[in-house]
Write a protein that binds this ligand. Sequence first.
Ligand SMILES: [Zn+2]
Length: 243
Amino acid sequence: MQSQSVSRRAWLAAALAWPALAAQRRRILAGIEFQWIEHSPSPRRYLLIHGNEHTAREVLQAHMQGRRGRALLVTGQERWVTVRGLRLDPNRMFSREGARRNLHLLNPAAGRAAVEGTLDWLDREKKALLAELLPPRGGLIVSMHNNASGYSLESEVGISESVWLPSRGTPHDFILATSGADFGILERSPFNALLQERPRGEDDGSLSRLCAARGVRYVNIEARIGHEAEQRAMLEWLERHLP
Ligand SMILES: [Zn+2]
């Protein structure tokens, strides 16, 4: 009896500690440190890939409190990460071509051998990242981004198959989806939305491209930096309406 009560107590202590420990976890994947938030499992995945997009970080961290699903948030505070001594935009690493162009752009002094060696390394290391990051079949991944004055939905309209622009006066706040079924639901929302199921142009190495190519349901919630209420409203609408 005693051993049973001890094991019960141990189990209870572990069960109580687990959510707190889970929320504190750090994981290094593809050479990048992530905060890992997972209170209980679900097919939902969430990502903050650019460390300097602090509005998206705050919205996502608050959103995950008590929520099912897994969130990975880059712990660094900059847009770039350093991988094997080279600077890299982490949202350009999801194809070899995209990562190659970006490594040369951000590391003009790096030789071809250093870049190719890093690409080989990324090809190996990315497998573990994608295994943790991508949802199981039919699941949804939500990526959170912020932009400033330059980038807006106008940059994406030309390579999108469908656009829904109920709020063209706020072009910095929009949702980009890779699934036609999800876009069909977003067309009933008050938010700008774009569909890129088969995006045109060259593969820039972004996660949306990889998800589109693999048939993974991906949604990017973009908001101007500081538009916390707007970004939260888009995320909450999405949770209520997308399966
Ligand atoms: Zn971003």
